[in-house]
Design a protein around this ligand. Structure first.
Ligand SMILES: Nc1ncnc2c1ncn2[C@@H]1O[C@H](COP(=O)(O)OP(=O)(O)O)[C@@H](O)[C@H]1O
Ligand SMILES: [Mg+2]
Length: 299
Protein backbone atom coordinates (compact mmCIF):
# COMPACT_ATOMS: atom_id res chain seq x y z
CA UNK A 1 0.00 0.00 0.00
CA UNK A 2 1.33 3.42 -0.91
CA UNK A 3 2.13 5.60 2.01
CA UNK A 4 -0.18 8.59 2.12
CA UNK A 5 1.62 11.88 1.68
CA UNK A 6 -0.35 14.05 4.07
CA UNK A 7 1.60 17.16 3.11
CA UNK A 8 -0.42 17.48 -0.12
CA UNK A 9 -4.00 18.82 0.03
CA UNK A 10 -5.40 15.61 -1.46
CA UNK A 11 -3.36 13.40 0.85
CA UNK A 12 -4.51 15.44 3.85
CA UNK A 13 -8.16 15.21 2.74
CA UNK A 14 -7.94 11.45 2.32
CA UNK A 15 -6.28 11.06 5.71
CA UNK A 16 -9.03 13.17 7.28
CA UNK A 17 -11.77 11.09 5.65
CA UNK A 18 -10.08 7.88 6.82
CA UNK A 19 -10.15 9.17 10.37
CA UNK A 20 -13.80 10.18 10.06
CA UNK A 21 -14.69 6.72 8.73
CA UNK A 22 -12.82 5.03 11.55
CA UNK A 23 -14.53 7.23 14.12
CA UNK A 24 -17.96 6.47 12.64
CA UNK A 25 -17.32 2.74 12.52
CA UNK A 26 -16.73 2.79 16.27
CA UNK A 27 -19.69 5.09 16.98
CA UNK A 28 -22.85 3.90 18.67
CA UNK A 29 -26.11 5.60 17.80
CA UNK A 30 -28.31 5.70 20.91
CA UNK A 31 -31.94 4.66 20.56
CA UNK A 32 -34.30 7.57 21.33
CA UNK A 33 -36.62 7.30 24.35
CA UNK A 34 -39.61 7.37 22.05
CA UNK A 35 -40.16 7.39 18.29
CA UNK A 36 -38.88 10.60 16.71
CA UNK A 37 -40.93 11.69 13.72
CA UNK A 38 -39.29 14.21 11.38
CA UNK A 39 -40.94 16.09 8.58
CA UNK A 40 -38.32 17.10 6.04
CA UNK A 41 -39.74 20.27 4.59
CA UNK A 42 -38.85 23.27 2.47
CA UNK A 43 -41.24 24.59 -0.17
CA UNK A 44 -38.29 25.21 -2.49
CA UNK A 45 -37.50 22.35 -4.82
CA UNK A 46 -33.99 20.99 -5.27
CA UNK A 47 -32.63 21.99 -1.85
CA UNK A 48 -31.85 18.41 -0.77
CA UNK A 49 -35.03 17.31 1.05
CA UNK A 50 -35.19 13.86 -0.52
CA UNK A 51 -31.44 13.35 -0.44
CA UNK A 52 -31.43 14.27 3.24
CA UNK A 53 -34.41 12.08 4.16
CA UNK A 54 -33.08 8.93 2.50
CA UNK A 55 -29.45 9.32 3.55
CA UNK A 56 -30.14 10.16 7.20
CA UNK A 57 -32.55 7.21 7.27
CA UNK A 58 -29.94 4.91 5.74
CA UNK A 59 -27.22 6.16 8.09
CA UNK A 60 -29.38 5.46 11.14
CA UNK A 61 -30.45 2.05 9.79
CA UNK A 62 -26.79 1.20 9.12
CA UNK A 63 -26.25 1.50 12.86
CA UNK A 64 -29.10 -0.88 13.60
CA UNK A 65 -31.87 1.58 14.37
CA UNK A 66 -35.44 0.90 13.19
CA UNK A 67 -36.32 3.52 10.59
CA UNK A 68 -39.37 4.34 8.47
CA UNK A 69 -39.33 6.64 5.43
CA UNK A 70 -42.66 7.93 4.21
CA UNK A 71 -42.45 9.22 0.66
CA UNK A 72 -45.05 11.96 0.45
CA UNK A 73 -43.97 13.53 -2.84
CA UNK A 74 -45.82 12.42 -6.01
CA UNK A 75 -42.48 12.38 -7.81
CA UNK A 76 -41.49 9.36 -5.73
CA UNK A 77 -37.80 10.32 -5.61
CA UNK A 78 -37.32 8.86 -2.12
CA UNK A 79 -38.84 5.58 -3.31
CA UNK A 80 -36.45 5.53 -6.26
CA UNK A 81 -33.40 6.29 -4.13
CA UNK A 82 -34.31 3.46 -1.74
CA UNK A 83 -34.96 1.02 -4.61
CA UNK A 84 -38.66 0.60 -3.84
CA UNK A 85 -41.14 -0.17 -6.60
CA UNK A 86 -43.51 2.77 -7.02
CA UNK A 87 -45.35 1.97 -10.21
CA UNK A 88 -49.04 2.90 -10.11
CA UNK A 89 -50.38 -0.52 -9.04
CA UNK A 90 -48.25 -0.64 -5.87
CA UNK A 91 -50.01 0.14 -2.54
CA UNK A 92 -48.72 3.55 -1.51
CA UNK A 93 -49.14 6.61 0.67
CA UNK A 94 -52.00 7.66 -1.62
CA UNK A 95 -54.04 4.64 -0.49
CA UNK A 96 -53.28 5.50 3.13
CA UNK A 97 -54.24 9.15 2.91
CA UNK A 98 -57.20 8.86 0.55
CA UNK A 99 -58.57 5.34 1.07
CA UNK A 100 -57.73 4.60 4.73
CA UNK A 101 -55.40 1.72 3.92
CA UNK A 102 -53.23 0.59 6.84
CA UNK A 103 -49.63 1.75 6.52
CA UNK A 104 -48.58 -1.86 7.28
CA UNK A 105 -50.12 -2.93 3.97
CA UNK A 106 -48.01 -0.48 1.98
CA UNK A 107 -44.60 -1.13 3.56
CA UNK A 108 -41.67 -2.36 1.50
CA UNK A 109 -38.15 -2.83 2.85
CA UNK A 110 -35.09 -1.17 1.36
CA UNK A 111 -32.95 -4.01 -0.03
CA UNK A 112 -29.75 -2.47 1.38
CA UNK A 113 -30.85 -2.11 4.99
CA UNK A 114 -33.08 -4.62 6.72
CA UNK A 115 -34.32 -2.14 9.34
CA UNK A 116 -35.31 0.52 6.80
CA UNK A 117 -39.04 0.36 5.98
CA UNK A 118 -40.56 2.54 3.27
CA UNK A 119 -44.04 3.71 2.34
CA UNK A 120 -43.70 4.46 -1.38
CA UNK A 121 -45.34 7.28 -3.33
CA UNK A 122 -46.81 6.73 -6.76
CA UNK A 123 -47.83 9.35 -9.30
CA UNK A 124 -51.45 8.92 -8.03
CA UNK A 125 -50.42 11.16 -5.16
CA UNK A 126 -50.41 14.13 -7.54
CA UNK A 127 -54.23 14.10 -7.33
CA UNK A 128 -54.34 13.75 -3.55
CA UNK A 129 -53.82 17.44 -2.88
CA UNK A 130 -57.19 18.17 -4.58
CA UNK A 131 -58.95 15.03 -3.33
CA UNK A 132 -58.03 15.82 0.26
CA UNK A 133 -59.84 19.15 0.21
CA UNK A 134 -63.27 17.56 0.60
CA UNK A 135 -62.22 14.85 3.10
CA UNK A 136 -63.17 14.78 6.76
CA UNK A 137 -60.22 15.57 9.05
CA UNK A 138 -58.18 16.24 5.96
CA UNK A 139 -55.17 17.55 7.89
CA UNK A 140 -54.97 14.57 10.26
CA UNK A 141 -55.16 11.65 7.87
CA UNK A 142 -51.45 10.80 7.84
CA UNK A 143 -51.13 11.39 11.58
CA UNK A 144 -53.95 8.95 12.42
CA UNK A 145 -52.56 6.26 10.10
CA UNK A 146 -48.99 6.70 11.34
CA UNK A 147 -49.95 6.56 15.03
CA UNK A 148 -51.82 3.29 14.42
CA UNK A 149 -48.84 1.79 12.60
CA UNK A 150 -46.33 2.91 15.23
CA UNK A 151 -48.50 1.45 17.98
CA UNK A 152 -48.70 -1.85 16.11
CA UNK A 153 -44.92 -1.98 15.71
CA UNK A 154 -44.49 -1.23 19.41
CA UNK A 155 -46.89 -4.04 20.35
CA UNK A 156 -44.95 -6.40 18.09
CA UNK A 157 -41.76 -5.51 19.96
CA UNK A 158 -40.12 -3.75 17.01
CA UNK A 159 -40.57 -0.13 17.96
CA UNK A 160 -39.68 2.34 15.24
CA UNK A 161 -36.90 4.71 16.32
CA UNK A 162 -37.02 7.27 13.50
CA UNK A 163 -39.58 8.31 10.92
CA UNK A 164 -38.69 10.68 8.07
CA UNK A 165 -41.49 12.11 5.97
CA UNK A 166 -40.23 13.43 2.63
CA UNK A 167 -42.42 16.35 1.53
CA UNK A 168 -43.19 17.81 -1.89
CA UNK A 169 -41.88 21.30 -2.68
CA UNK A 170 -45.05 23.12 -1.62
CA UNK A 171 -46.94 24.06 1.51
CA UNK A 172 -50.16 22.31 0.46
CA UNK A 173 -52.22 19.70 2.28
CA UNK A 174 -49.65 16.91 1.87
CA UNK A 175 -47.09 19.01 3.71
CA UNK A 176 -49.70 20.03 6.30
CA UNK A 177 -50.46 16.33 6.88
CA UNK A 178 -46.74 15.72 7.40
CA UNK A 179 -46.49 18.60 9.90
CA UNK A 180 -49.46 17.27 11.85
CA UNK A 181 -48.04 13.73 11.92
CA UNK A 182 -44.55 14.80 13.07
CA UNK A 183 -43.04 16.07 16.27
CA UNK A 184 -39.95 17.60 14.69
CA UNK A 185 -39.29 19.60 11.54
CA UNK A 186 -35.99 19.26 9.69
CA UNK A 187 -35.31 21.99 7.16
CA UNK A 188 -32.54 21.42 4.63
CA UNK A 189 -31.12 24.74 3.45
CA UNK A 190 -29.08 24.91 0.29
CA UNK A 191 -26.06 27.16 0.69
CA UNK A 192 -26.85 29.55 -2.16
CA UNK A 193 -27.98 33.09 -2.67
CA UNK A 194 -31.75 32.63 -2.43
CA UNK A 195 -31.48 30.19 0.47
CA UNK A 196 -33.26 32.38 3.01
CA UNK A 197 -35.98 33.54 0.67
CA UNK A 198 -39.20 31.78 1.50
CA UNK A 199 -37.89 30.68 4.86
CA UNK A 200 -40.05 33.16 6.76
CA UNK A 201 -43.14 31.82 4.99
CA UNK A 202 -42.15 28.30 5.98
CA UNK A 203 -41.61 29.37 9.59
CA UNK A 204 -44.95 31.15 9.80
CA UNK A 205 -46.66 28.06 8.42
CA UNK A 206 -45.00 25.97 11.11
CA UNK A 207 -46.25 28.45 13.72
CA UNK A 208 -49.79 28.18 12.36
CA UNK A 209 -49.61 24.40 12.60
CA UNK A 210 -48.30 24.64 16.16
CA UNK A 211 -51.12 26.97 17.11
CA UNK A 212 -54.02 25.18 15.48
CA UNK A 213 -53.18 21.59 14.69
CA UNK A 214 -50.09 20.24 16.43
CA UNK A 215 -48.75 22.07 19.50
CA UNK A 216 -46.05 19.40 19.91
CA UNK A 217 -44.35 20.30 16.64
CA UNK A 218 -40.86 21.75 16.99
CA UNK A 219 -38.39 23.08 14.46
CA UNK A 220 -35.54 21.05 15.91
CA UNK A 221 -33.06 20.68 13.08
CA UNK A 222 -31.59 22.64 10.18
CA UNK A 223 -29.08 21.03 7.87
CA UNK A 224 -26.92 23.03 5.48
CA UNK A 225 -26.67 21.18 2.18
CA UNK A 226 -24.61 21.47 -1.00
CA UNK A 227 -22.00 23.42 0.89
CA UNK A 228 -19.04 24.44 -1.23
CA UNK A 229 -16.13 25.47 0.97
CA UNK A 230 -14.38 27.13 -1.99
CA UNK A 231 -16.99 29.86 -2.37
CA UNK A 232 -17.47 32.84 -0.10
CA UNK A 233 -21.17 32.68 -0.83
CA UNK A 234 -21.56 29.25 0.77
CA UNK A 235 -19.77 30.31 3.94
CA UNK A 236 -21.72 33.59 4.06
CA UNK A 237 -25.06 31.76 3.83
CA UNK A 238 -23.93 29.20 6.41
CA UNK A 239 -22.88 32.01 8.76
CA UNK A 240 -26.23 33.82 8.34
CA UNK A 241 -28.25 30.69 9.01
CA UNK A 242 -26.16 29.77 12.05
CA UNK A 243 -26.57 33.29 13.44
CA UNK A 244 -30.36 33.07 13.11
CA UNK A 245 -30.76 29.49 14.32
CA UNK A 246 -27.82 28.74 16.61
CA UNK A 247 -29.51 25.80 18.32
CA UNK A 248 -31.08 24.16 15.34
CA UNK A 249 -28.29 24.11 12.77
CA UNK A 250 -26.25 20.92 12.89
CA UNK A 251 -22.48 21.35 13.17
CA UNK A 252 -22.10 19.02 10.23
CA UNK A 253 -22.92 20.49 6.84
CA UNK A 254 -23.26 18.43 3.67
CA UNK A 255 -20.75 19.24 0.92
CA UNK A 256 -21.63 19.41 -2.73
CA UNK A 257 -20.65 15.93 -3.88
CA UNK A 258 -20.80 14.07 -7.16
CA UNK A 259 -21.22 10.76 -5.29
CA UNK A 260 -24.34 12.07 -3.55
CA UNK A 261 -25.91 13.19 -6.81
CA UNK A 262 -25.12 10.01 -8.77
CA UNK A 263 -26.19 7.49 -6.11
CA UNK A 264 -29.94 7.69 -6.96
CA UNK A 265 -29.25 6.68 -10.57
CA UNK A 266 -28.06 3.35 -9.13
CA UNK A 267 -31.20 3.18 -6.95
CA UNK A 268 -29.00 3.55 -3.89
CA UNK A 269 -28.36 5.91 -1.05
CA UNK A 270 -24.83 7.28 -0.94
CA UNK A 271 -24.48 5.43 2.38
CA UNK A 272 -24.73 2.13 0.49
CA UNK A 273 -23.22 3.30 -2.79
CA UNK A 274 -19.97 4.84 -1.52
CA UNK A 275 -19.95 4.66 2.30
CA UNK A 276 -16.48 6.17 2.69
CA UNK A 277 -16.99 9.13 0.31
CA UNK A 278 -16.98 12.50 2.00
CA UNK A 279 -20.68 13.01 1.18
CA UNK A 280 -21.64 9.72 2.85
CA UNK A 281 -19.41 10.49 5.84
CA UNK A 282 -21.13 13.87 6.24
CA UNK A 283 -24.62 12.35 6.21
CA UNK A 284 -23.45 9.71 8.69
CA UNK A 285 -22.03 12.41 10.98
CA UNK A 286 -25.21 14.47 10.67
CA UNK A 287 -27.24 11.37 11.61
CA UNK A 288 -25.01 10.77 14.59
CA UNK A 289 -25.49 14.37 15.72
CA UNK A 290 -29.25 14.03 15.42
CA UNK A 291 -29.19 10.78 17.40
CA UNK A 292 -27.04 12.31 20.13
CA UNK A 293 -28.97 15.56 20.39
CA UNK A 294 -32.11 13.79 21.55
CA UNK A 295 -35.60 15.11 21.14
CA UNK A 296 -35.87 18.42 22.92
CA UNK A 297 -33.91 21.63 22.92
CA UNK A 298 -34.53 23.58 26.07
CA UNK A 299 -35.18 27.14 24.97
N1 LIG B 1 -24.87 17.44 -1.40
C1 LIG B 1 -25.18 17.33 -2.69
N2 LIG B 1 -24.24 17.39 -3.64
C2 LIG B 1 -24.54 17.27 -4.95
N3 LIG B 1 -25.79 17.11 -5.42
C3 LIG B 1 -26.79 17.05 -4.51
C4 LIG B 1 -26.55 17.15 -3.11
N4 LIG B 1 -27.74 17.04 -2.46
C5 LIG B 1 -28.67 16.88 -3.42
N5 LIG B 1 -28.12 16.88 -4.64
C6 LIG B 1 -28.80 16.77 -5.94
O1 LIG B 1 -29.59 17.92 -6.11
C7 LIG B 1 -30.84 17.59 -6.69
C8 LIG B 1 -31.97 18.02 -5.76
O2 LIG B 1 -31.89 17.29 -4.54
P1 LIG B 1 -33.20 16.66 -3.89
O3 LIG B 1 -32.77 15.95 -2.65
O4 LIG B 1 -33.97 15.86 -4.88
O5 LIG B 1 -33.98 17.99 -3.50
P2 LIG B 1 -35.53 18.20 -3.12
O6 LIG B 1 -36.05 16.90 -2.58
O7 LIG B 1 -35.50 19.29 -2.09
O8 LIG B 1 -36.22 18.64 -4.37
C9 LIG B 1 -30.82 16.10 -6.94
O9 LIG B 1 -30.43 15.86 -8.26
C10 LIG B 1 -29.76 15.59 -5.97
O10 LIG B 1 -29.15 14.40 -6.41
MG1 LIG C 1 -37.69 15.76 -3.21
Amino acid sequence: MAILDESTPLGAAIARDNQRAARLSRATFPKPDSTRIFTVANQKGGVGKTTTAVNLAAALAKHGLEVLVIDSDPQGNASTALDIDHSTEVPSIYDVIIDDMDIADTIAYCPEFETLAVVPATIDLAGAEIELVSRVAREQRLSVALDAYLQKREEEGSRVDYVFIDCPPSLGLLTVNAFVAANEVLIPIQCEYYALEGLSQLLSNIQLIQKHLNPALELSTILLTMYDSRTNLSSQVAEDVRAHFPKQVLNTSIPRSVRISEAPSFAQTVIAYEPSSSGALSYREAAQEIAQRGVKHSE
